[in-house]
Design a protein around this ligand. Structure first.
Ligand SMILES: [Mn+2]
Length: 395
């Protein structure tokens, strides 16, 4: 490791902010059932406390993403108290996700429901979510839509597109100048024949139709097998249309597994596109790095620490790619040498430098170990024993 590489890693780690999802600290499961974790959080206060603990040991997770239906049952009235609770714990409320897929009315869709009344109900909820975000001091509103159909011929796909354009445009008009609307896509599930916002192209078209504060959100689990996610990231960066990420890993479909647990090189290739862009442009990419995972078997807070440490390590690897050399080798069509630029960085053990960065910032060299030694987990298990642990936020 050269001093220049160490400096590049320190700079990247200083800049890196990772947003944690409130729902990752609650009991979750699959459609087959839910297993109860004795340490799982059930209230927004408990979720914030757990997230704050992860931030305390990693120093890079100052915000918590929330789901309106699960975290703000009283709507906008819940926003200010939650923001205050977060502030007391040294974190803040991050992106706000509306929930327009769980109520019975949404059986046949939300913004693209054939019923004008239900389209309005969905839109009103999104407008409430924007108001909640304003009251909580949040920048990003991150809707995910399940609209689509299960059988050919059962939905008017062009009409659905137009309803989405109209709904998102109205939502966009309610944004304050500093807020953003991030449009997430997913190829299938729960709809299994067609999904209205199935891929990044559809999300891009809708974001452009909505207005210039709308961008695309890339959830790494929301792609077909073998799809080149880093190319999508490169194109969206070049179009100034990449709003952020929902990071997770997967094996089969949208598995919401721990980042980098299955394919760390895929994560590296995505982070490389961000670092390469920043090197070329001479400025950081304005991209929200958020985690969207569901830990139905692992202990929640520990799994989140594992995720954050993995993200830091892989970002550190991506930060030491020799971009000048890479550009030269690409231009000369030196395929092996260009690829070696990537492999050299990916195969470097950056952990000692990341640990050094933590020590310099007054953090524990190993956040997971320090968390385990802190006794937090046994304390909350005792505190939360006997609560309504069956409360679960994950559909
Ligand atoms: Mn997501």
């Amino acid at each position: 490791m050269t001093p220049k590489q160490e400096e590049a890693i320190f700079k990247k780690l200083d800049e890196l902010r990772i947003e944690l999802p409130s729902w990752a600290f609650a009991n979750t499961g699959t459609r087959f059932g839910k297993f109860i974790d004795a340490s799982a959080a059930t209230t927004i206060e408990e979720k914030l406390a757990d997230a704050a603990e992860v931030n305390r040991f990693t120093g890079c997770c100052p915000s918590v993403a929330v789901h309106v239906l699960w975290d703000f049952p009283n709507g906008v009235e819940s926003a200010a108290p939650a923001a205050q609770a977060a502030e007391k714990l040294g974190v803040r409320i991050g992106s706000v996700s509306p929930n327009v897929f769980q109520d019975q009315e949404y059986k046949y869709g939300s913004l693209a429901n054939p019923s004008a009344d239900i389209r309005k109900k969905a839109l009103d909820h999104i407008l409430d979510s924007i108001a909640i975000a304003k009251a909580a001091g949040s920048r990003d509103i991150t809707p995910w839509f399940t609209d689509g159909s299960n059988y050919p011929g059962t939905a008017h796909m062009r009409q659905h597109k137009r309803w989405f354009e109209a709904g998102l445009r109205t939502a966009h008009e309610a944004l304050s100048p500093d807020q953003r609307l991030l449009i997430e896509y997913k190829p299938f599930e729960p709809a299994v024949y067609h999904t209205d916002i199935a891929d990044w192209g559809m999300a891009l078209v809708l974001a452009k139709a909505a207005g210039n504060q709308a961008k695309v959100l890339v959830d790494t689990g929301h792609h077909y097998q073998t799809q080149n996610i880093e190319q999508i990231v490169a194109w969206l960066l070049d179009e100034n249309m990449l709003g952020g990420f929902h990071l997770n890993d997967r094996r089969f479909a949208d598995d919401d597994l721990t980042l980098g647990s299955i394919d760390p090189y895929q994560v590296f290739r995505i982070f490389h596109e961000i670092c390469f862009f920043e090197w070329e442009q001479g400025r950081p990419a304005d991209v929200a790095i958020m985690v969207d995972q569901s830990h139905n078997l692992k202990p929640k807070a520990e799994e989140m620490l594992q995720t954050v440490m993995m993200a830091q390590n892989i970002f550190a690897k991506a930060a030491i790619v020799d971009h000048a050399r890479l550009t030269r080798e690409q231009a000369a069509c030196n395929l092996i040498d260009a690829e070696e630029c990537m492999q050299d960085a990916f195969q470097t053990d950056v952990r000692p430098v990341v640990e050094e960065w933590r020590r310099m910032r007054g953090l524990a060299a190993n956040p997971l170990k320090a968390f385990r030694e802190s006794g937090y987990l046994s304390r909350v298990i005792a505190e939360r024993a006997g609560r309504a642990q069956a409360v679960s936020s994950y559909a």
